[in-house]
Design a protein around this ligand. Structure first.
Ligand code: HEM
Length: 175
């Protein structure tokens, strides 16, 4: 992993520099382009721009409301209904690799979550094991609530308290 993350980048840059130094006209072209865009102060100027009809003023800090986008009724049928099967029916719906701008729980672009492969395996394995090995009951006939608490991660306002009941014939409780 160390070699994959360091030597590859280093070798690519070293080769690029070598070839540019061997081809001065190409090197000049790169430098002219950098000078034209960055100038001689080494600072990229922000400019007011228009994207999809919206004016984005210079120096704006943009936040996407991913929560609202992922509940947009124009794209999601009955968006608040809990229907995991919707992701099985339509492959585009379960594309969370950052290429679908209707569903991007892991972000998108160069800062997309690096933990996707681990998260996929962990969540699948742990949740499947808990559901397969136990039946789950709420204490005192309580109902599960869906009140949210916005922190760094959107969590449940009140932690879920549940009682596990072994359901497999080979579980210790049933022996
Ligand atoms: C359900 C699980 C997870 C969700 C929903 C999630 C979501 C996200 C999101 C939305 C971002 C920001 C992406 C952006 O700026 O466009 C992010 C970044 C990141 N995540 Fe995750 N994540 C999860 C699990 C994990 C795990 C398991 C790890 C590590 C083992 C991890 C490590 C990171 C790191 C290091 C970044 C920063 C990447 C960067 O800025 O270059 N995440 N994650």
């Amino acid at each position: 992993m160390v070699i994959g993350g360091t030597d590859t980048t280093f070798a690519t840059m070293e080769w690029a520099m070598t070839e540019l130094l061997r081809h001065p006209n190409k090197l000049r072209k790169v430098i002219e382009e950098l000078d034209a865009i960055i100038g001689d102060q080494n600072v990229v100027e922000d400019e007011t721009t228009v994207i999809a009809g919206y004016t984005i003023p210079k120096n704006s800090c943009i936040f996407f409301n991913v929560r609202a986008i992922q509940r947009d009724a124009e794209f999601w049928e009955d968006p608040l209904r809990f229907e995991p099967e919707r992701f099985l029916k339509d492959t585009e719906k379960r594309n969370y690799t950052g290429n679908s701008f209707h569903f991007f729980p892991f972000g998108s672009g160069r800062r997309i979550c690096v933990g996707i492969p681990l998260a996929e395996k962990n969540i699948m394995q742990i949740l499947a094991t808990l559901l397969h090995c136990f039946d789950w009951e709420l204490p005192d006939g309580r109902q599960p609530d869906v009140k949210e608490k916005l922190q760094f991660v959107l969590t449940k306002a009140e932690p879920l308290v549940v009682v596990p009941i072994a359901r497999l014939s080979n579980s210790i409780q049933n022996q």
